[in-house]
Design a protein around this ligand. Structure first.
Ligand code: NAX
Length: 328
């Protein structure tokens, strides 16, 4: 076994936090030979609720859980941390303009970026889940100049997993039969789930589907609007599935993607596929040895190009908006 890995979770008392913490404590984030120390960050009003969750974590008697500490101060919460899951964010409330939303989240992700810069471990890996996830990641990254930029990522794995499930359902196969699916762009309604390079039991998925109408008018909108569908059905937003995707994202980043497959992560663009450098955009990536690489050389057809460009344009607009607010 290794020394305990410090994992900081923000928004720990929220609904994603509640689903996420038990999965981490059980060893599903980093592997079943890696003990973890949890560092929970909450706002002062929610610290008591986080303490309640910590009691339940204790009652889980998880052999890999080496401790739980609770903070309402970012500097302390990120001290020595190896993995940071930034879940807590300011949701959009009724009548809120986009500028207000970005500004409110700037008030959260700027100090958290600074705290990561000041005190996190050298091998820090950051996953932003709290929305608008891509741009929140950009803000945090901008305030952590001493941390390599590529350590800041945002979550599109839930979208990836949703797309896998929809495609498997359409073709009557298991999700395990599908490989090389990609989410491109922003974690928002403009995201583009791409099946043109995906394989189903070794055959091209788009050819296996052979139904452009389904692709355009059912699959893509269903994946992109799945969050709203869940809210409608459940009366609350996706929580356990979001937590599960966060586990998958970090697990694969740390432990690698399987040979012959890739996953989707929103990462700082290096200019690949015409995505402006620096934008935190979702790409097809492979992971190995604790780092990731964008899958290169995929042919992008006109249909995909237009969808990718539209989502990337939205990311550029968000970056422009936070630049104007002085947040990046
Ligand atoms: P909840 O409202 O249940 O929990 C959020 C928690 O964050 C609250 O306990 C709150 O006190 C805490 N918080 C707020 N500001 C904080 C700060 N500055 N420091 C520490 N904690 C803070 O929301 P939940 O359902 O858990 O969702 C969390 C975030 O995930 C939301 O922004 C949501 O939009 C986002 N999602 C992102 C997804 C993705 O795929 N990237 C999917 C699921 C989810 O919608």
């Amino acid at each position: 076994t290794h020394a305990p890995v410090n994992v900081t979770v923000t928004g720990a008392a929220g609904q994603i936090g509640y689903a996420l913490l038990f999965r981490i404590a059980s060893g599903q984030l980093l592997g079943t030979d890696t003990p973890v120390k949890l560092r929970l960050l909450e706002i002062p009003q929610a610290v008591k609720a986080a303490e309640g969750t910590a009691l339940e974590l204790q009652d889980g008697a998880f052999p890999l859980l080496a401790g739980v500490d609770i903070f309402d101060d970012a500097k302390q919460a990120f001290e020595g941390t190896n993995v940071a899951l930034l879940v807590g964010a300011r949701p959009r409330t009724k009548g809120m303009e986009r500028g207000d939303l970005l500004e409110a989240n700037g008030g959260i992700f700027k100090p958290q970026g600074e705290a990561i810069n000041a005190g996190a471990a050298d091998d820090i890996k950051v996953l932003v889940v709290g929305n608008p996830a891509n741009t929140n990641a950009l803000i945090a990254q901008a305030h952590a100049p001493d941390v390599p930029a590529e350590r800041f990522t945002a979550m599109t794995r839930l979208d990836h997993n949703r797309a896998l499930a929809q495609l498997a359902g359409k073709l009557g196969v298991s999700v395990a039969d599908i490989k090389k699916l990609t989410i491109w762009g922003n974690h928002s309604a403009t995201q583009y789930p791409d099946i043109f390079h995906a394989e189903v039991n070794g055959k091209n998925a788009a050819e296996a589907v052979n139904d452009q109408n389904w692709l355009e008018n059912e699959f893509i909108p269903r994946v992109a609007k799945r969050g709203a569908e869940i809210i409608e059905a459940r009366g609350a937003s996706s929580a356990a599935s979001a937590a599960s995707a966060a586990i998958d994202h970090v697990h694969d980043w740390v432990n690698g993607t399987p040979a012959g497959d890739w996953t989707s992560m929103a990462i700082p663009s290096d200019g690949s596929y015409g995505v402006p450098e620096g934008l935190i955009a979702s790409f097809p990536v492979t992971c190995s040895g604790g780092s990731y690489e964008i899958v290169q050389g995929l042919e992008i057809n006109d249909f995909s190009r237009a969808k990718i460009d539209a989502s990337v344009q939205e990311l550029s607009d968000e970056r422009e908006a936070v630049r104007k607010l002085g947040l990046v």
